[in-house]
Design a binder for this molecule. Structure first.
Ligand SMILES: Nc1ncnc2c1ncn2[C@@H]1O[C@H](COP(=O)(O)OP(=O)(O)OP(=O)(O)O)[C@@H](O)[C@H]1O
Ligand SMILES: [Mg+2]
Length: 324
């Protein structure tokens, strides 16, 4: 049976009158790369901080490797967390910073996985340069190296690509790829939706502290209603006719060599079955949207369901909040 590395059940976290997280539940199994997606103020950082024992939950439970999280629980030693900005001594080299930090924990350098950490962080010779000469992306990679010294089984990363340029974002994405192919479990939060789409196996979408949806990234993309289909050219007219008269289908348009249809309800698999059962040669069927569009749709749907509830409408994606 797969072991749950992270289990969050009915988590609530309030700061005075502000409800940062409301009734959030999710679990992460070993080897998953799990994305927490949501706009500013959604409650992502708060969730990660509670999970790391940095905040006490108002209600609900958080478990790591099967044990309840407390500020001093042993399971936290199995986690590498980047929830705060990593700070380094600027006039010392990256390597010296790594050693100082590791030894400050009372551990011996020979017990650290220095080679493994440096291989994944990919800093090369720059690790011997002073940190004040580093770009933002290099500092972030040094932060990763620091986390990896202790051979963590779970990595918790709050917006690991925040403030980086596109090249640096790609490097961090590759770094996370190296981590996960080495078997790590990763929980990360992000605004970069296409990053999540490319990096994560699973994702959870939250807004106003609440879960909107969760699942595999392909399931989340699959919740979109717009579908692109290609059939054998000889079957295209029949496919158009079949689809446009079907009760699940709201609209069908020709696009290039294919058809784009909007579903009213039902599953993509229903459409595939309909066409195949009618003897059509189906070549491609896929959602037209990526996670970014799916995410915006989900947030909009969540807000519509909230109508009359606490806040917001179209402003969800640009609410700015003060984050501690
Ligand atoms: N220490 C705190 N005291 C008071 N309110 C807080 C505190 N920490 C967070 N909040 C509030 O809780 C809500 C959720 O904040 P949180 O930082 O978890 O969101 P987030 O999803 O990480 O947002 P961002 O994408 O901007 O980082 C916000 O309304 C925020 O202002
Ligand atoms: Mg945050």
């Amino acid at each position: 049976m797969a072991e749950a590395v992270v289990e969050v059940e009915g988590l609530w976290k309030a700061f005075g009158d502000v409800s940062a997280v409301e009734d959030l539940s999710f679990s992460i199994e070993r080897g998953q790369v799990y994305g927490l997606l949501g706009p500013n103020g959604a409650g992502k950082t708060t969730t990660l901080r509670v999970l790391m024992g940095l905040e006490r939950p108002t209600r609900g439970s958080t478990r790591l490797f099967g044990s309840t999280v407390t500020p001093s629980c042993n399971e936290l030693f199995r986690v590498g967390a980047m929830v705060e900005q990593a700070a380094f001594v600027p006039h010392l080299s990256g390597m010296r910073n790594l050693r100082l930090w590791w030894e400050a924990t009372g551990a011996r350098m020979k017990d650290a996985d220095l080679d493994g950490a440096l291989a994944i962080a990919g800093l090369g010779d720059a690790v011997h340069r002073k940190v004040k000469t580093y770009s933002q992306g290099m500092k972030q990679r040094l932060g990763f190296a620091r986390l990896l010294l202790g051979r963590p089984e779970l990595l918790v990363l709050d917006e690991p690509t925040n403030g980086l340029d596109p090249g640096e974002i790609r490097e961090i994405r590759e770094l996370i790829g190296r981590l996960t192919s080495a078997g790590a479990t990763v929980l990360l939060s992000s605004h970069h939706l296409n990053e999540v789409e490319q990096v994560c196996s699973h994702a959870l979408v939250m807004n106003h502290g609440r879960l909107i949806t969760s699942g595999t990234v392909s399931e989340l993309i699959g919740t979109t209603k717009s579908i692109y289909i290609e059939v054998d050219p000889a079957d295209r007219v029949r496919a158009h006719t079949l689809l446009s008269t079907h009760p699940h289908v709201a609209d069908v348009q020709t696009q290039g060599d294919g058809l784009v249809m909007e579903m009213r309800d039902g599953q993509r698999s229903d459409v595939a079955a309909l066409l195949v059962n009618a003897g059509l040669r189906l070549e491609t069927i896929m959602p037209t949207q990526g996670l970014e569009d799916a995410f915006l749709d989900l947030l909009a749907a969540g807000d519509a369901a909230d109508a009359g509830g606490n806040t917001v409408g179209a402003s969800t994606t640009n609410r700015s909040e003060v984050v501690s």
